[in-house]
Design a protein around this ligand. Structure first.
Ligand code: PEP
Ligand code: MG
Length: 603
């Protein structure tokens, strides 16, 4: 039995035989050629074949409606058209009089080295794309068969050093029980795809690929980020019990899909979903959410050389609005900055990006870009129930400036006779302490609030939300945070507007009774978290939750607050939480502690 620790990227437990897709390294030597132009012609032909191969996979995935996986292949398709890559290979062949294979391997290696040296997790994760692209070209040039995970005959857990994106995109969820890779981070393709397919996954497992053999038994714990190779009988039995309980719970949560998010005494909450990618729209309905409470549009702007134009944005927003109408869709203007950066040279690097030119500050500093987005959102409002939201508002002046530009956009659309909803609801994120404290003033100038606890907590407690070594100070149940939340909800209600929450705190079943007790009107969480939050709301009593919330406001310590909330949590919700990773890490039984080279963390 060997234990491996990695990064949990997709929930659930997988148990099954290992399948290691054969991903050979295709190396070539440097051979001189007499006729470089002939090699260039071979390269161009290979390029055309590669494009056609990707195109046919795209067609197949499109037929299956596999949107997330499609996006990955479409971005690879664009890489094949990348001028600098094509030119580098061609000039390499001409200058070195070498084979097309050799030039491709050199250029791909150079790209990989450059990407690897960039201090950006997302870009480093894209190395897999370049690898994949080089691998495909080399196979075509060398006349080799395509490597594929599609040849899986029985249900297995895929173990790979890294999974090429085109292979990940073709995964058949009925055959693949789980995904385990030695490298990769939270934004790697394996992570994105496994979450979209809802397959348990752990990445960054260090040296599992080298240790595992095809057919070995593997437990993959996507809740804790653990893999256990050839587990003991006891551990296997224990995990099988966890797995079957998990399945039963999933099944009972699924049954709530069409039920309202209503407390036992009839207090109704809007339970919406947060989305980032267009491909997540289906998951909003399949998990039983009442629309979208936060559409993070910045993902349309990232990882590209240009900015999305009005038409492209309009199309994206319209897809979501149309598909979910009459349910509401809250579209948030871009939150660039913080930990989400544009790859443009004219966006300055800041020493403290979370306190820098982020979100609405970025939009107001680039009125043309802001107008393009506002026009697209406004036009989409004619196609569904669209609300508009500004992120990171910290002063009334900022809000007024944003609203002035919005009014100008409406006038322009009127002149052009382009339709939009003139009564579109306009709200703000409350995620900066100044806005939380002055919530009564803001409430008079907007139609709704959505509380962004991810940022509100970090700014209130002065704790970087993405710094793991400070995680112990990042306390959603800090008394100061609770008081701010109460102030925001009360201020909103006194002014007659609705108040929601789209930060991660809304997805925490322990926090839900407190939020419901405050009288919050809406909660918005990731689609996969909707069922458990709904189950929690349906298991509690509003009047009791209101009483407990009142009590909590006067407690002084986060531990005291947590203990009080846990004590009151219905037992069936306790069981869900325990199963989802709150319980102790499995005991290793009588096995010796794993030696360091076995229990690699990969981080
Ligand atoms: C938040 O801050 O809570 C929020 C929902 O916004 P983001 O996580 O995108 O900053
Ligand atoms: Mg935020």
């Amino acid at each position: 039995m060997m234990f491996f620790h990695g990064v949990a990227v997709s929930k659930g437990v997988a148990i099954g035989p290992v399948f290691k897709p054969r991903l050979e390294v295709l190396g070539v030597g440097r051979d001189e050629v007499d006729d470089p132009e002939r090699e260039i012609a071979r390269f161009r032909e290979a390029l055309a074949t590669a494009r056609a191969q990707i195109e046919s996979i795209i067609e197949r995935l499109r037929d299956q409606g596999a949107e997330t996986r499609l996006g990955i292949l479409e971005s690879q398709q664009m890489m094949f058209s990348d001028e600098s890559l094509v030119k580098s290979v061609e000039s390499g062949i001409r200058e070195k009089h070498c084979t097309a294979e050799y030039a491709v391997s050199q250029v791909v290696d150079h790209f990989i080295e450059t990407f690897n040296n960039i201090d950006d997790e997302y870009l480093r994760d894209r190395v897999a794309d370049v690898h994949d692209l080089g691998d495909r070209l080399m196979r075509i040039l060398l006349g080799k068969r395509e490597s594929a995970v599609t040849r899986l005959e029985r249900q297995s857990v895929i173990v790979a050093h890294d999974l090429p994106p085109s292979a990940a995109a073709q995964i058949d969820p009925s055959k693949v029980l789980g995904l385990a890779t030695d490298v990769g981070g939270a934004t790697s393709h394996t992570a994105i795809i496994s979450r979209a397919l809802e397959i348990p996954a752990v990445v960054g497992l260090g040296n599992l690929y080298r240790r595992a053999e095809n057919g070995d038994m593997l437990i993959l714990d996507g809740r804790k980020g653990i893999a256990v190779l050839n587990p003991s009988k006891e551990l296997l039995e224990r995990y099988r019990r966890v797995q079957s309980e998990e399945l039963a719970q999933l099944q009972s949560l699924r049954e709530l899909r069409d039920e309202p998010a209503e407390t036992r005494d009839g207090f109704r909450i809007e339970l919406a979903a947060n989305i980032e990618l267009l491909s997540e729209v289906d998951a909003v309905s399949t998990h039983g959410a009442d629309g979208v409470g936060l559409y993070r549009t910045e993902f349309l702007f990232l990882n590209r050389d240009d900015l999305p134009g009005e038409e492209e944005q309009f199309e994206a927003y319209t897809v979501v609005a149309r598909q979910l109408a009459p349910q509401p869709v809250v579209i948030r203007t871009v939150d660039i900055g913080g930990d989400k950066f544009l790859s443009h040279p004219d966006v300055p690097v800041e020493i403290n990006p979370y306190l820098g030119c982020r979100a609405v500050r970025f939009s107001l500093s680039r009125p043309d870009t802001f107008r393009t987005q506002l026009r697209a959102v406004l036009r989409a409002s004619a196609t569904g129930n669209v609300h508009l939201m500004f992120p990171m508002i910290s002063s009334l002046e900022e809000l007024r400036q944003a609203k002035t530009i919005l009014a100008e956009c409406m006038e322009d659309l009127d002149e052009q006779r382009l339709p939009y909803d003139p009564d579109i609801e306009v709200g703000i994120m409350i995620e900066v302490p100044s806005a939380a404290i002055l919530a009564d003033q803001f409430a008079r100038e907007v139609d709704f609030f959505s509380i962004g606890t991810n940022d509100l907590i970090q700014y209130t407690l002065a704790v970087d939300r993405s710094n793991p070594s400070l995680a112990y100070l990042y306390q959603p149940f800090h008394p100061a945070v609770l008081r701010l939340l109460k102030n925001i909800v009360d201020a909103g209600h006194n002014a007659g507007i609705w108040v929601g929450m789209c930060g991660e705190m809304a997805a925490n079943p322990i926090a839900v009774p407190f939020l419901v007790g405050l009288g919050i009107d809406e909660l918005s969480v990731s689609p996969v978290n909707v069922p458990l939050v709904k189950a929690t709301i349906r298991a509690i009593d509003f009047r009791r939750a209101a009483m407990v919330a009142e009590e909590l406001i006067n407690l002084r310590h986060p531990d005291e607050i947590l203990a009080r909330l846990r004590r009151d949590l219905p037992s069936e919700i306790h069981r869900y939480i325990d199963l989802n990773g709150d319980e102790e890490t499995p005991d290793m039984g009588d096995e010796p502690e794993p030696s360091p080279d076995v229990a690699e963390t990969g981080r």
